[in-house]
Write a protein that binds this ligand. Structure first.
Ligand code: SAM
Length: 776
């Protein structure tokens, strides 16, 4: 793979010595190793990582394929806690070696349930340098498809336990200007459900200011709540990630199309948008806050030039020296000299903007090049060497750039100065400033001709004229284009449906029911209820959701259960068969706010599998049923197992329980053919004569593989479900109907799969505007 323009351009930038140049080109033309990260909160991640290290790696260490020893996966030395891995084996080995095939299935299933994230090694870096803590207010300005958002969420959730999720006091707003891609983002982040997450669809370069009530520093008299509205202050962030759209030449090893199309105007055209995004981030940052700017491009015009211009327009900021963080990461310092060009053939490059103008007198009007594309005269003062460049040959990765910026600690120190900085930061920027003139040097980007735009290669994917979503969507978002999301309505704590739901699910009185929202205008209780944390609620209540183009907030925790089995009434058959003591016990758990008229009637809700970790800390401990390994096996292997199929002690407890949703805890244990290394807590649904595990099919598969070492039989599953349901129906009992995701509720559609099918392992391709599903 060669591209003369690419070589001429990068030689002119003097990014590497003669000696390294050959290694650089060799690495660029060899296949990129596969990398993945063990995701989730630290405790679960460490437990799965242990299994990779102690179970999978030893098996994979002795694989001989076609007389060749195949190297096992190795940990990336620089990633904290050894949670990131790399392996480089041909696809043939993954398909044909039984050991690797099994490992591959394990990776696929664990990825599907969110425990593993297939992610390029270098893409894992920016969130690490952002250093997020659970109380931080964080913004991910260009977030889709969301691999870094997932890492940021994990950092917010650092206090999660093995089975329960914490509710962080912080906030993560993940934004992307491409509406479709915000849905990818929502899908991705559903793997780590968080009440602290909001997703918006705005042009980051023009991100509007939001307001939240200021936190009182002294206890307030009760009457002060009247003035809450007047005490709104701009929402500023502790941490902002600007992983901006870029030309993506750092992804050449996997986006091979870039070899054909690469030319210097790719980066030239993106510089102004990148700069505006970074400048907006700097404005939205708290004093002492941190911004990480990153690209998967090696072009200084998209990297050091952007950072230098941003620093020169906001003297409060400096580049942080992070050379001692992640000491095993091999990196090169940022450049202080580079030579842009507008010449597609890269015959000439220019040391200064004036040299360029002198040689091309007409250029000023016709190119996107501005003075800001060149090193500024004060380049030495900016310490661009503190930013970092990752080249592919350094540690067999993609190419990448990261810069860490902070507001100067010696900046506004007195109280008054700090206050002024906050006001200057966001006050007066309340409306999207589409009409405000952009920095004069940058106007050309947004006014580029369609032909110029066609030439731009975005992040590795060739952009066709009608594919320029970043330009279109940015305009759309900034001008408040059509936005068709449903409103966000918080339920009153006394809402009868909510009270009834909480009572039936046996949640404790400290459950934050004031933070439950639904998505419809009238506040009618519909199918799903979402939980947010207090800061998310505050942002929603104090900002028009259409203005901030809010596409998602919080996490879905309860869903209405459809199906005959869901229509439970206090005088259900079961209740009538209970002893008086049991009935009294049930009544005692009704919260005091629940009036007799609104308890036990109306729709049945259940806790969603994905919402359970968030709700678990609030489930009445005495209501959590202890389950044996044999029960777990039966629940995993069958869809509607009859109560008779469970061992006696468990069966008796279940028989005594009400119809509806229950939470079962399975302690670590062993059974023939299975071993559970750590506690598991799962939602089940009890119908008249059967019981169903309420997790989706993918999660069930991952569980089966992890605990019982085998995948569920794929060809049999749909048929098996129908047969089991028929048996249950024949017994005259109500069943809960599993939906197409296996989560229960919408009717049943399960695709039959061919057992020969090669399962694909999704790759969230950071180097592309598009999510790429790749078979290995
Ligand atoms: C490099 S990708 C982000 C990758 C992402 N951070 C991740 O790790 O998965 C750049 C993203 O910026 C979005 N984008 C482009 N222009 C934008 C703008 N003006 N404002 C916000 N997002 C923008 C693109 O839609 C794209 O999803």
């Amino acid at each position: 793979m060669r591209n003369e323009r690419f070589e001429a351009y990068y030689k002119a930038q003097m990014v590497l010595s003669e000696e390294e140049w050959g290694q650089f080109l060799d690495a660029l033309s060899s296949p990129l190793p596969t990398t993945f990260r063990v995701a989730g909160s630290r405790l679960t991640a460490n437990s799965l990582n242990k299994a990779i290290k102690e179970v999978h790696v030893p098996i994979l260490s002795n694989v001989i394929f076609e007389d060749q020893k195949i190297p096992p996966p190795v940990q990336l030395p620089w990633y904290p806690d050894g949670l990131a891995w790399q392996f480089n084996v041909p696809k043939k080995v993954l398909r044909k070696s039984p050991e690797f095939k099994k490992f591959h299935s394990f990776l696929v299933f664990e990825t599907e349930v969110g425990n593993i994230s297939r992610q390029e090694a270098v893409s894992m870096l920016p969130p690490l340098f952002l250093d997020v803590e659970p109380h931080h207010r964080v913004m991910d300005m260009c977030a889709a498809p969301g691999s870094k958002t997932a890492q940021l969420l994990e950092a917010l959730h650092a206090h999660d336990t093995l089975t329960a999720s914490s509710i962080p006091s912080g906030l993560l707003i993940a934004n992307d200007s491409d509406y479709k891609r915000t849905h990818l983002l929502i899908h991705q982040s559903a793997r780590l459900p968080s009440p602290a997450l909001m997703v918006t669809n705005l042009d980051a370069s023009n991100y509007p200011s939001m307001k939240v009530p200021s936190v009182p520093t002294h206890p307030q008299p009760p009457s002060s709540s009247i003035n809450v509205k007047s005490k709104l202050t701009p929402l500023l962030f502790d941490r902002i990630l600007c992983d901006v759209p870029c030309s993506g030449d750092g992804t050449l090893r996997k986006n091979l199309g870039i070899w054909k199309t690469w030319q210097p105007n790719d980066g030239n055209g993106l510089h102004s948008l990148q700069l505006r995004i970074l400048q907006r981030a700097m404005k939205l940052l708290k004093p002492d806050g941190r911004v990480v700017y990153s690209t998967c491009s090696m072009n200084p015009v998209e990297n050091e030039a952007v950072v230098a211009s941003a620093l020169n327009t906001n003297s409060d900021f400096h580049l942080v020296d992070v050379s001692s963080s992640l000491p095993s990461l091999k990196r090169r310092p940022g450049l202080s000299a580079w030579r842009p060009t507008a010449d597609k053939a890269v015959k000439t490059t220019y040391e200064t903007y004036s040299a360029f103008l002198e040689a091309n007198p007409q250029a000023a009007a016709n190119t996107k090049l501005t003075e800001g594309h060149w090193p500024p005269s004060n380049v030495a003062d900016l310490h661009l060497e503190r930013s970092m460049r990752i080249y592919p040959h350094l540690q067999d990765s993609g190419g990448f750039f990261v810069a860490v910026l902070e507001r100067k600690t010696g900046g506004p120190s007195s109280k008054r100065e700090k206050k002024r900085a906050v006001e200057e930061t966001a006050e007066g920027d309340n409306e999207p400033d589409t009409k405000k003139p952009r920095l004069t040097e940058e106007t050309l980007t947004t006014t580029s001709t369609p032909q110029q735009e066609t030439d731009i290669t975005m992040m590795g994917a060739s952009v066709k004229n009608d594919d320029l979503s970043i330009f279109d969507d940015a305009k759309d978002a900034a001008s408040g284009g059509a936005f068709k999301e449903m409103p966000y309505t918080f339920l009153s704590k006394d809402d009868p449906a909510l009270v009834s739901c909480i009572q039936r699910l046996h949640l404790t009185s400290n459950f934050p029911s004031e933070n439950i929202l639904i998505r419809n205008p009238e506040g009618d209780v519909v199918r799903s209820m979402y939980l947010t944390n207090s800061i998310v609620k505050s942002v929603i209540q104090n900002n028009d959701f259409t203005r901030i183009r809010l596409t998602s907030a919080g996490t879905k925790v309860f869903t209405r259960q459809e199906g005959a089995g869901a229509k439970v009434h206090p005088k259900s058959v079961l209740e009538e068969t209970k002893s008086k003591e049991e009935q009294d016990e049930n009544r005692r758990s009704v919260p005091s706010s629940a009036s007799p008229s609104n308890v036990g009637v109306g729709p049945q809700y259940r806790i969603l599998g994905e919402g359970l970790p968030v709700v678990l800390p609030y489930v009445e401990p005495t209501r959590i049923i202890e389950g044996p390994m044999s029960a777990l096996k039966t629940l995993v292997e069958s869809y509607y197992p009859l109560l008779e199929s469970f061992e006696e002690s468990f069966r008796d407890v279940i028989r005594q329980s009400e119809l509806g949703c229950h939470v079962v805890r399975f302690p670590p244990g062993e059974i023939q053919g299975g071993s559970l290394s750590h506690e598991l807590v799962l939602p089940i649904w009890k119908s008249g004569v059967s019981m169903t595990l309420m997790i989706d099919k993918k999660a069930k598969n991952a569980l089966s593989l992890r605990v019982f070492g085998k995948e569920l039989p794929s060809t049999a599953s749909a048929r098996q479900r129908k047969t089991e349901k028929a048996i249950v129906d024949a017994a005259g009992a109500d069943t809960v109907v599993l939906d197409d995701e296996g989560e229960g509720g919408h009717g049943e559609v399960v695709a039959e799969e061919s057992s020969d099918e090669v399962t694909v392992w999704p790759d969230i391709n950071i180097g592309s505007e598009h999510i790429v599903i790749q078979g290995l």
